[in-house]
Design a protein around this ligand. Structure first.
Ligand SMILES: C[S@@+](CC[C@H](N)C(=O)[O-])C[C@H]1O[C@@H](n2cnc3c(N)ncnc32)[C@H](O)[C@@H]1O
Length: 315
């Protein structure tokens, strides 16, 4: 599963990318919950944050994180916020020291910012570095997200690489749960679960770049969180939440997205009296807690097994 496409990320694509209210309100809370569960499941508190940006995992983990190392192409300069390493994960795990971590974590789709062969190598190297029992939780972009129906039937590799705009253009490669499970298995990591994030309101859902006619649900939730409760803003926000979906490919994912829309339409009809923020929270609460790769993000969680004889730990 190599791509031949050079997906080395342009250095500036990740810098200065604005954060919206949905991220700061709902998506941070999603990772706070998942991280709390993971830290309880992998006690010890030694955490490696892959693609750490400004160290969200350290911030969310708080005192439960005893030792923290963040790795990123662009780690923060301020070491008072933690220990950071500037490294390209496309070249492997990198010089993270010999001591295993209890948890190897990557939030906000980092796994999809690597080419397939780079992700395979990273998983192998981190499983070699880990101790038996360490947890691995890597978030990729979900293949069956409503944002990119044109990818649903594609095979891993070049046909699935998606041009993707952050602060500048870069490339991403979404994944299905079964594919991540196979990459984990190859590395000696047993998959425990997948968790979908942001099924209704992926950041690219209303932009029209990958599929025409999708309602701008995320923009609506951002408007509602900002307190839009009258005038054109409120009308537009409600319209987008109730809008029908455009024709989608005949694929099981379409049924899931239609069923979720039907629940959202019912909620919006029944709860017009709610304040904008409450309505936004009620819509977000409809997220079904699946792990099928239907969300913008797909958090793949696995546990490192015993090393087969003949494979040695990285020392
Ligand atoms: C979508 S952001 C996620 C940031 C962070 N995990 C968070 O939760 O805020 C992706 C991050 O991965 C980093 N990244 C992308 N490709 C990388 C690579 N090949 N090696 C190291 N870091 C990389 C970017 O610099 C960026 O900070």
């Amino acid at each position: 599963m190599t791509t031949g496409t050079d997906v080395r990320q342009p250095a500036h694509a990740y810098l200065g990318h604005p954060r919206d209210a949905v991220r700061e309100t709902f998506e941070r809370a999603f990772f706070a919950v998942e991280l709390e569960r993971l830290l309880a499941e992998a006690p010890g508190g030694r955490v490696l944050d892959l693609g750490c940006a400004d160290g969200l995992v350290r911030e969310l983990g708080g005192a439960r994180v005893k030792e923290y190392l963040g790795v990123d192409l662009h780690p923060p300069a301020d070491e008072s916020q933690g220990t950071f390493l500037a490294h390209d994960l496309g070249e492997g795990l990198g010089p993270v020291g010999g001591k295993p971590f209890d948890l190897y974590f990557a939030s906000f789709g980092v796994a999809s910012h690597l080419a397939p062969h780079e992700l395979v190598r990273l998983c192998r190297e981190l499983a070699e570095h880990a101790r038996p029992g360490s947890l691995v939780a890597l978030e990729a972009l979900g293949l069956f997200s409503l944002e990119w129906p044109a990818l649903w039937e594609t095979a891993p590799g070049p046909a699935r690489m998606l041009p993707y705009r952050l602060s500048a253009e870069t490339w991403v490669h979404p994944w299905a749960p079964s594919e991540l499970e196979a990459i984990f298995a190859d590395a000696g990591i047993t998959t425990l679960r997948g968790v979908d994030r942001s099924i209704q309101a992926g950041p690219k859902v209303g932009e029209g770049r990958y599929w025409p006619g999708l309602p701008p649900v995320r923009a609506s939730l951002n408007d509602l969180l900002a307190g839009t409760d009258e005038g054109v803003g409120a009308v537009e926000a409600l319209r987008a939440l109730e809008a029908p979906l455009p024709p989608l490919p005949a694929h099981p994912a379409a049924g899931m997205h239609h069923a979720l829309l039907a629940r959202r339409q019912e909620l919006v009809r029944a709860e017009r009296g709610l304040s904008p923020q409450r309505l936004a929270r009620a819509v977000w609460a409809l997220e079904p807690g699946t792990g099928g790769g239907f969300g913008h993000g797909l958090l793949a969680v696995g546990r490192v097994g015993r090393r087969p004889s003949g494979r040695s730990a990285v020392g």
